[in-house]
Design a protein around this ligand. Structure first.
Ligand code: 5GP
Ligand code: ZN
Length: 120
């Protein structure tokens, strides 16, 4: 998509701090982190939100969710028996009323601090 910020990150036209990349996904640090770990996982293919992605391509949604787990492991926030993990949250803001500002689906992976529930 010509005017999509995250498509530009995929294309290397906008710089980002990439932490993981696969054939189908990119994971990069949020420019305005809300937690010690705040990484965005996106499919390389453009879809506007989580529901659209899940409907159009369940496999690609699974790729994004698997990568969210890989990022958590890399950042040492994953819950692993006997490990140092603290737990983390995966969030898809969907629609402007829920805070979505970039309309290329992205999973926020947040962790490294206590996370309140329910969220604000
Ligand atoms: P949303 O509000 O749509 O759920 O999340 C969009 C996220 O993208 C926000 O957390 C925002 O800080 C992040 N963001 C916006 N522009 C950029 C950018 O140019 N680079 C990076 N790395 N993150 C961005
Ligand atoms: Zn896009």
């Amino acid at each position: 998509m010509a005017d999509c910020l995250f498509c530009k990150i995929v294309a290397g036209e906008v710089p980002a701090t990439v932490v993981r990349e696969t054939d189908t996904t990119v994971a990069f640090r949020d420019i305005n982190p809300q937690a010690p770990t705040h990484v965005l996982v996106i499919p390389k293919e453009h879809h506007q939100d989580a529901a659209s992605l899940a409907a159009a391509s369940p496999q690609l949604m699974a790729d994004v969710l698997r990568e969210a787990g890989e990022v958590a492991a890399l950042e040492k926030i994953a819950v692993r028996e006997g490990g140092p993990g603290t737990g983390y949250r995966v969030v898809f803001n969907t629609g402007t009323g829920a805070g979505q500002t970039v309309f290329h689906v992205h999973a926020h992976v947040l962790g490294g601090r206590g996370l309140e529930w329910p969220p604000g």
